[in-house]
Structure formats: structure tokens, C-alpha cells
Design a protein around this ligand. Structure first.
Ligand SMILES: Nc1ncnc2c1ncn2[C@@H]1O[C@H](COP(=O)(O)OP(=O)(O)O)[C@@H](O)[C@H]1O
Ligand SMILES: [Mg+2]
Length: 243
């Protein structure tokens, strides 16, 4: 039932990979889950073995005023994904300039999406703030993904976050003294920090190359076990409809 938005403090922190890994991990816990991609780069579907050149997706359906069900694809029992899909060039440029034209009417279907699944995960691109602005008012929880580096640290102090934002560290490398220090600093200064993290792990990098969610590709890897822990944490802490 809850709608959970995942977005990165910047691009490349691993938001799309974590969305796919979390969707898989929630599904393994017996929860029906759908993951929706709001980036025109359309990469989320690659984690579910679909072609990113395929037109099918919510944007295509929204353009033709069709319901979300027509763009949903099934990966496994009770695990669905809705790609962005492909738009004709002019409409793709319109989405970059004015995403509200497609998003605002599409967002009216959130109640029906919510009714169809235990979890609705939204993968929101980091480099398009208008999309966050349009979608975040509709969500129950917001997970902001960050990597412990100076770039993210500076951005943390430049942005305002909604009250329902929690921070999740990805690509943690324990051999880096700088990362260890930033991790400690954030733990003590960010009250909304999720008390677990995802390590930098080749299994995550390889899972996208093999077009599978992490937990299916390498279930015993460190990052897969951390994604499973994150799913369990979500079940305990985010199951409701938000504060
Ligand atoms: N924990 C991790 N360990 C190793 N590689 C990772 C990890 N998280 C993400 N990656 C890799 O980083 C790249 C960017 O990830 P992606 O999920 O596309 O980021 P974003 O959606 O934030 O732009 C991908 O190649 C992905 O495989
Ligand atoms: Mg992404």
C-alpha cells in the first residue's frame, strides 16, 4: 500500500539499482510490489530483463490516455515493473521541458496503483527536480540515496528535504577513510538516516550487466543481503501511509 519514492542526491549514486533490488527483496518477503521508472533514460526495465528501446511504458500510455495497467509488465509472480518506455522525439523533449503535461494526469491513478500492490516504488531521476516536485506530494515515504563523498556532503547542505525523507547510503567502501569519516558524521548529524547501508559490491554492478535484480543474480552477495535487510526494515518502519 505505501508509495515509496527513491531518488538520488545526484545521478549515479545507485537509485535505479536499489529500486530494482528492493523490489525483488520485498517480493521475496511475500509482498506484492511494482516499481515505476520516471526517467526518460528508461534503465529500470534493464534490471528486469526488458529492452530499453521498447516503446511500452507509462509515458507512452499517458500520451494515449490509457490506464497504467496497459504499461505494467510482469517479472515474476507479484513483482511487476512499469518502464518509462519510449516517446516520439518531440514528445520526449516536451517531457523534459514540461513533465507535468504527462505526469499530472498519470498521478491521478496512484490510488488504483496503491490498491493493486503492497508496495509501489517510484524511481525518480536525480537531474530533473520538476519531477520530484510533482511526485513527492503524492508519496508516503521518500528514500534519498547518497554515496559518502564530498559531492553528496556539499549537496546535503544545499537542498531542502520533505519531512518524510530518509537517507540511505549506497556504495559504501570501508577501506576509504574519507567514507568512514563522512558515514560517522552523517550518522551523528542526520536524524533521518536509515540505520543500515549498502556496500560497494561488484555483484550490484554485474547484476545490471546480466539484466537481473541483485537478489536474483547473486542472492548471497553482501549487497543482496543488505537489500534484504533494507526490505525487512521497510516492512517494520514504512508499512503505513506515512506521517
Ligand atoms: N553498491 C554498488 N556497488 C557497485 N556498483 C554499484 C552500486 N550501486 C550502483 N552501482 C553501479 O553504479 C552505476 C549507476 O547506478 P544506477 O543505479 O544507474 O544509479 P542512478 O540511478 O542513481 O543514476 C551502475 O552501473 C550500477 O551498476
Ligand atoms: Mg537512475
Amino acid at each position: 500500500m505505501p508509495i515509496v519514492a527513491l531518488s538520488g542526491l545526484r545521478g549515479g549514486v545507485g537509485t535505479t539499482s536499489i529500486t530494482a533490488a528492493l523490489a525483488w527483496a520485498l517480493n521475496r518477503l511475500g509482498e506484492s510490489t511494482v516499481a515505476v521508472d520516471f526517467s526518460p533514460h528508461n534503465q529500470l526495465c534493464s534490471h528486469f530483463n526488458a529492452s530499453l528501446t521498447h516503446a511500452r511504458g507509462w509515458a507512452h500510455s499517458a500520451l494515449h490516455q490509457r490506464p497504467w495497467q496497459q504499461s505494467a509488465m510482469r517479472y515474476t509472480e507479484q513483482l511487476d515493473f512499469i518502464p518509462f518506455g519510449q516517446l516520439p522525439r518531440a514528445e520526449a523533449l516536451d517531457y523534459l521541458r514540461q513533465p507535468e503535461t504527462l505526469l499530472t494526469p498519470w498521478a491521478q491513478q496512484f490510488a488504483s496503483l496503491r490498491a493493486g500492490y503492497h508496495w509501489v516504488l517510484l524511481d525518480i531521476p536525480a537531474d530533473m527536480p520538476q519531477i520530484s516536485q510533482l511526485l513527492l506530494p503524492h508519496v508516503d515515504h521518500h528514500l534519498m540515496v547518497l554515496t559518502p563523498d564530498a559531492n553528496c556532503h556539499l549537496r546535503l547542505h544545499q537542498a531542502m528535504f520533505p519531512a518524510n525523507t530518509r537517507f540511505l547510503i549506497n556504495q559504501f567502501s570501508p577501506i576509504s577513510q574519507a567514507q568512514q569519516d563522512l558515514h560517522q558524521l552523517w550518522l551523528s548529524s542526520l536524524t533521518a538516516m536509515i540505520p543500515l547501508l549498502i556496500h560497494r559490491d561488484e555483484a550490484l554492478a554485474e547484476s545490471l550487466l546480466s539484466k537481473q535484480p541483485l537478489g536474483e543474480y547473486r542472492p548471497l552477495s553482501l549487497a543482496a543481503e543488505e537489500a534484504a535487510t533494507l526490505a525487512a526494515w521497510c516492512l517494520v518502519n514504512l508499512k503505513g501511509r506515512g506521517e
